[in-house]
Design a protein around this ligand. Structure first.
Ligand code: PEP
Ligand code: MG
Length: 333
């Protein structure tokens, strides 16, 4: 039970064949650091900052307020890597203050395909730069990775890096100290996987948002219960995209000269019944709700990656449910 799992807190997440696996926490507010540390997380793989912005009627948190929140997390994790995602508002995460302030400016015909995440941030560069400045200032206090959600276009990537440059210049001009941060992209749109080399060229790391990757690959609104039965993380197309992302990120080291860190931060990463499959596909970094960390670690301690790799490839080769079930059963046997 829980008590036995708890004893695994300080056990290194190492597979039977000696592969080290990074287990990170997903958090929504700075206070969640405590549960991340309690679960023995090696760092924060996803801090969903939109929760700092949601449920606020009239004004958004300013630069200093954001800086304090980010610094608390970076410092609270005591040097462990902290991945902070820029706001992912719109669609399932509405933002009262901004919707108010932009009343009538946008019609959300199809919010999941509309102005959300990085699109929202780029539509209001002044607001985005406030967040980037706050993040860069917090980077001085630990190990910060800045994560950008839902990118799909080269233009969005370039605008993001240009705004980061502007934010640094603004801080320098204001005499504000800031620190270095790795910059990463969420991979959550199938189109991004199909042009992954571009992402691997620009970014230090990538993190697969499988919740949205499933939604956009299968054209299933993740918030629509009438199609919830079709929302299938094990759909062969989803698995192909995931496998490609992991393999290409690892292979990038050969031409880039340094590795591109790849992790999964969607719900799949926290599902212990999928741990072996993900290990077999080559994944070595998982980010999940803190409550899942020890259960996933337990799976890792019992896994043999060398044995799992061919079995995971066999799962990828199955396109029909019966065959896939058989291949999955061999993996967990
Ligand atoms: C995801 O899409 O998998 C993800 C981690 O981001 P969110 O659930 O916040 O959209
Ligand atoms: Mg997402």
């Amino acid at each position: 039970g829980r008590e036995r799992l708890k004893r695994l807190k300080n056990t290194p997440a190492r597979t039977l064949d000696g592969q080290m696996v990074e287990l990170l926490a997903n958090i929504e507010l700075p206070d969640d650091c405590e549960s991340a540390l309690d679960a023995g997380a090696a760092g924060i793989g996803l801090f969903r900052t939109e929760f700092l912005f949601m449920n606020r009627a009239h004004h958004l948190p300013g630069e200093d307020e954001q800086f304090e929140a980010y610094r608390r997390v970076v410092q609270g994790m005591g040097g462990r890597p902290v991945t902070i995602r820029t706001i992912d508002i719109g669609a399932d995460k509405p933002l009262d203050a901004v919707d108010d302030y932009r009343d009538g400016e946008f019609t959300h015909l199809n919010p999941a395909l509309g102005l959300r995440a990085i699109r929202y941030s780029l539509s209001d560069p002044a607001m985005f730069r406030v967040q980037l400045r706050a993040l860069l200032r917090a980077a001085r206090y630990g190990t910060l990775r800045i994560l950008i959600p839902m990118l799909a276009h080269a233009g969005e990537i370039r605008q993001t890096f240009a705004l980061l440059d502007t934010a640094r210049a603004e801080l320098a001009a204001a005499g504000q100290a800031y620190g270095p941060a790795e910059i990463g992209a969420m991979i959550e749109v199938p189109g991004a996987v199909l042009m992954l080399p571009l992402f691997l060229k620009y970014f230090d790391f990538v993190s697969v948002g499988t919740n949205d990757l499933v939604q956009y690959t299968l054209a299933i609104d993740r918030a629509d219960e009438s199609v919830a039965a079709l929302y299938d993380p094990l759909h062969p197309a989803v698995l192909q995209l995931l496998a490609q992302t992991i393999a290409q990120s690892h292979a990038a080291e050969a031409w880039k000269g340094r590795p591109v860190h790849v992790s999964v931060c969607g719900e799949m990463a926290g599902d212990p019944s999928l741990t072996r499959l993900l290990l077999g596909l080559g994944l070595r970094s998982f980010s999940m709700h803190p409550a899942q960390i020890l259960s996933v670690k337990q799976e890792i301690l019992r896994a043999d990656c060398a044995r799992l790799a061919p079995l995971a490839q066999a799962v990828l080769a199955e396109y029909e449910p019966e065959g896939q079930l058989r291949a999955l059963a061999a993996l967990t046997a």
